[in-house]
Design a protein. Sequence first.
Length: 283
Amino acid sequence: MLKPDKQLARLRNVMANVQVQLSLAAYTKVNKKWRQMNVVPDFNRFYYICEGEGCLIINGQTYYPEPGQLFIMPSGVQQSYSTISEHTFGKYWCHFTAHLGDLNLFQLLGLPHYIEVKDPARLTGLFELLIQHYESSRFTALMMQKAVLLEMISLFVEASLEGKYVLEPISEDHRMHKVHTVLKYIEQHCHENITVQDMADLVHFHPNYFIRHFHEMVGTSPIQYIQQFKMEKAKALLSATDEPVAEIARSLGMEPYYFSRLFKKHTGLPPSGYRELFQRDSL
């Protein structure tokens, strides 16, 4: 099993490529006939329970949600919902997709189906914003929907991983297994100049097919992912150590000049400027 810091590093780099799309958002006090059984939707549902009682069945697990709980009902999973009394749910809810390439985000994360919300005012505010942007006709509305939805997903993921640091694929798809093999290889060999051929050989793919496959699964090209991973590692080293920039570059398998140019391209600052800014803000 990966150590917690390595699990979180992989999660952070994968999450950077998530693409989200909202389809519905509202607050509803459901009626007594609220019921649907054994459906497999092609979208995810967030249910934030504010009042009442009812039943959810997600992938064979039965829940009786309580106020203050936020549930995720992932796409591609059999699910049911129904009332159990006249005291029905009052809930914020939304339907959305969250993809990495052609995979659903929740196929990658071994997360629970619900969290206990620690800051109800914050989540209520996010749902109100989401509904506002969903109903808006402004030309920036779609961008704002995505921004709020990403914050809600981040809130759920962070609360789920708190003290657990779990990153396990739900899907047993052999394609995803191969991608995880490559991601682990990148982590272990980030001090080297990793080529597409190296990664393709690792999973016995032709390089051209490997590039397409990786992009479909992760949402970015292999080289872009490696660069992103190395820049995240560089930022951590620059902010937490006094190691010379040239040594950091070489520890990531790069010549100092190329490293500095790439770092500035990714962050807008040269490595030395990033370190100075971070140290100044830490005073």
